[in-house]
Design a protein around this ligand. Structure first.
Ligand SMILES: [Zn+2]
Ligand SMILES: [Zn+2]
Length: 79
C-alpha cells in the first residue's frame, strides 16, 4: 500500500485559513506559522538516504523500496 500523498499546498492553505479565520491572526503571522509547519511535515516525509531524498509516499511501505526510477534506495530512512 502506498502512503497518502503529502500535499504541501493544501496543508499550507488550510493552516493559513485556520489561523486567520479561527484565531484572528494577521496574514503575515499565519503565513509564517504555515511555512514552518509545512517545512517540518515535509522533513518528516523525506527519506534521509543521501542518494534518495524522495518522499515517503514514493516508497512501498512494507518493503520500503523507493519507487522512483533509477533510485538505489531500498529502505526508507526517517532519521
Ligand atoms: Zn528514492
Ligand atoms: Zn528512500
Amino acid at each position: 500500500m502506498l502512503e497518502k500523498q503529502f500535499n504541501p499546498d493544501l496543508l499550507y492553505n488550510s493552516i493559513v485559513h485556520f489561523y486567520i479565520d479561527k484565531k484572528g491572526y494577521s496574514k503575515d503571522k499565519a503565513n509564517a506559522i504555515a511555512q514552518s509547519v509545512v517545512q517540518k511535515e515535509a522533513q518528516r516525509r523525506i527519506c534521509k538516504n543521501e542518494k534518495c531524498k524522495h518522499f515517503s509516499h514514493d516508497h512501498i511501505r512494507n518493503t520500503e523500496t523507493c519507487l522512483v526510477e533509477n533510485c538505489d534506495c531500498s529502505k526508507f530512512s526517517s532519521k
